[in-house]
Design a protein around this ligand. Structure first.
Ligand SMILES: N[C@@H](CCC[C@H](N)C(=O)O)C(=O)O
Length: 288
């Protein structure tokens, strides 16, 4: 690769959670951690919350690689899964496809209104699967901390949706100093693979109309306007805590997702919008 070589990309977002998407299905292109960090950097790159690369798959329509701005990889990205599904379904003209990630196979369906539903799979809840550093009930994690303003955050619920999540239920999610507590929880030794951190508060509850306000500090990325896998973790955590009945609207800074934790087979379904921002080319030769 020469210094002047560029790589085409598509910029998309799901509720303001934004992605630079590269297509490596033909030539096996895969950004190095350093290249991904450069592309994601809003000062020196295009800027995004995650770098996504489409690769060939032997078991699904395609494989989707997920890289954070710090170069680390993740097994799940709910918002990017919807975006990639919309992008590829535009190519094929269909309304269904299966995307492989490091965590498994995700069935995606485009609805008549243009939104995409992703079957995000079965949440993993054993302490070894979150994973946590020692044996405990993942529904009541032995962790307590306060933010700088003195708000107490107690006993988060652990959920693995292909990536690890800790969900704190609080009286008012708006009041929590997320830039303060997010990195402290992400890097707490209780979470050997680090963790995505959500603060959630119940806005209203009625059968099939539960609304939950959620703010997210993402592992390897920081605060984002929305996080699909965190929304999945929240419906699971809220249902485990008796705060919801397996269905909820999750309200994030960037908009709303509809979540369902299906009782018949315990799969989590996430439905929401996608948006194409622009197409461009990145001077990857500069990042070697
Ligand atoms: N934005 C994503 C999650 C991206 C990965 C996460 N930061 C991790 O490291 O697990 C989503 O929409 O789920």
């Amino acid at each position: 690769m020469s210094k002047h070589d560029t790589r085409d990309f598509v910029k998309m977002h799901g509720l303001g959670n934004d992605f630079v998407i590269f297509d490596g299905r033909e030539d096996g292109f895969r950004p190095s951690p350093r290249q991904a960090a450069r592309v994601a950097d809003r000062h020196f790159g295009v800027g995004c919350d995650q770098v996504i690369t489409l690769e060939p798959s032997s078991t699904a329509d395609l494989f989707m690689r997920i890289q954070n701005p710090d170069g680390s990889e993740s097994g799940a990205c709910g918002n990017a899964t919807r975006c990639v599904a919309a992008l590829v379904l535009d190519e094929t003209g269909g309304d269904q496809l299966v995307i492989e990630t490091l965590a498994g196979l995700l069935a995606c369906t485009r609805l008549p209104d243009g939104r995409v539903t992703v079957d995000m799979g079965v949440p993993r809840l054993d302490w070894t699967e979150i994973p946590l550093a020692r044996a405990m009930d993942s529904g009541d994690i032995d962790l307590q901390l306060a933010d700088k303003a003195g708000h107490q955050l107690v006993a988060p619920v652990g959920v693995n949706m292909g990536n690890p999540h800790a969900v704190f239920f609080v009286a008012d999610a708006e009041a929590i100093d997320l830039p303060d507590i997010g990195p402290r929880v992400e890097h707490n030794p209780l979470f050997p693979e680090r963790v995505n951190v959500s603060v959630a508060s119940l806005m209203s509850r009625a059968k099939d109309h539960t609304r939950i306000r959620v703010r997210v500090w993402e592992r390897g990325a920081g605060i984002t306007l929305a996080c699909g896998s965190a929304s999945c973790a929240v419906i699971v955590a809220a249902t485990r805590r008796g705060l919801a009945d397996g269905r909820a609207t999750i309200v994030m800074d960037g908009g709303e997702l509809e979540l369902q934790w299906r009782e018949d087979d315990t799969h989590v379904l996430m439905t929401g919008p996608t948006a194409l921002v622009f197409r461009g080319a990145f001077p990857l030769g500069d990042t070697l």
